[in-house]
Design a protein around this ligand. Sequence first.
Ligand SMILES: NC(=O)c1ccc[n+]([C@@H]2O[C@H](COP(=O)([O-])OP(=O)(O)OC[C@H]3O[C@@H](n4cnc5c(N)ncnc54)[C@H](OP(=O)(O)O)[C@@H]3O)[C@@H](O)[C@H]2O)c1
Length: 289
Amino acid sequence: MKELRTIIITGANSGLGFETAKKIAADHQYRLVLACRDLQKANTAKEEIVKISGNTNIECLQIDTSSLKSVEEFVEEFSKNHDSLYGLINNAGISGMHSGKSIDGVEIVMATNYLGHWYLTNLLLEKYHVKKIFNITSDMHNPPQGLKWRPVKDIFYSDNSDRTAYPYSKLSFIYFSKELQERLDKEGKGTLVNSFNPGMMQTNFAGGPMPKARVNFVKTMMPERFGDLDKSSTALATLMMDDSLNIKAQYFDRSVNYKNSSPLSYEIKNQKELWDYTAEFIKEWRKNK
Ligand SMILES: NC(=O)c1ccc[n+]([C@@H]2O[C@H](COP(=O)([O-])OP(=O)(O)OC[C@H]3O[C@@H](n4cnc5c(N)ncnc54)[C@H](OP(=O)(O)O)[C@@H]3O)[C@@H](O)[C@H]2O)c1
């Protein structure tokens, strides 16, 4: 009998994470860990996934990606019961309408969408030989109004009054994917790290379903930004499960096809600066915890 492949999906109780989990669970070769901040919601999602897929290898584990301590606890719990990890989908996220600081003092959107996942990924990679990692980004890494890179410290500690935290968090995820890939390649790990943009979808992301008129507006006026939840989750599940996929450090756009991300996302200097700052931040946090 083939060994089951374990996949962790953060934020798997809703939207893209949930739909992707359902599609992967349909193949009983996969075991899923629903990494969610609310275990009650996670258990409800689990029940539905088991019912639809008949796959009983679905597990719920608590994580708050905005808290580095919670990320550590998650990895500790996960590693108690798992010898291997095949895939990781860093999907949990909040919109740029949030403001405030994380428990670790970082701007909350950046902490939730980027920093917690950076730490989660690196902690897991210390313990497991992961085959595939997908970081869920957004075409808003390149917002219509444009985006200029700032010193990372300013991004980490902004008050988000200019509503740039979300674009920065998603641009950071693209830099992270590429830098991580480079580092893993140097170690000869064979891990494939990619970014995935699902497009603007009907999920709980904006606090509930978008009004129909807005959906139609986006669909007709901004087709390049419109995302279909079913199509995007199918593409993401396919990319995760397709053994012939050998693509890395790319930006998949709402499908199994990749394209160029924004010109800014290819600035290697920013990519390196972000990695170094983040690594140093985590080091300091660990020293002082
Ligand atoms: N919807 C869009 O238009 C759109 C467009 C581009 C990219 N995306 C990206 O797609 C990803 C999934 O979003 P979605 O559209 O599926 O939205 P969603 O339905 O709101 O799902 C987001 C998930 O993230 C979880 N989450 C939020 N903060 C968390 C935290 N601190 N710790 C752990 N989990 C947390 C949520 O948990 P709760 O249920 O407990 O809140 C939920 O499970 C996000 O990364 C988002 O940036 C979305």
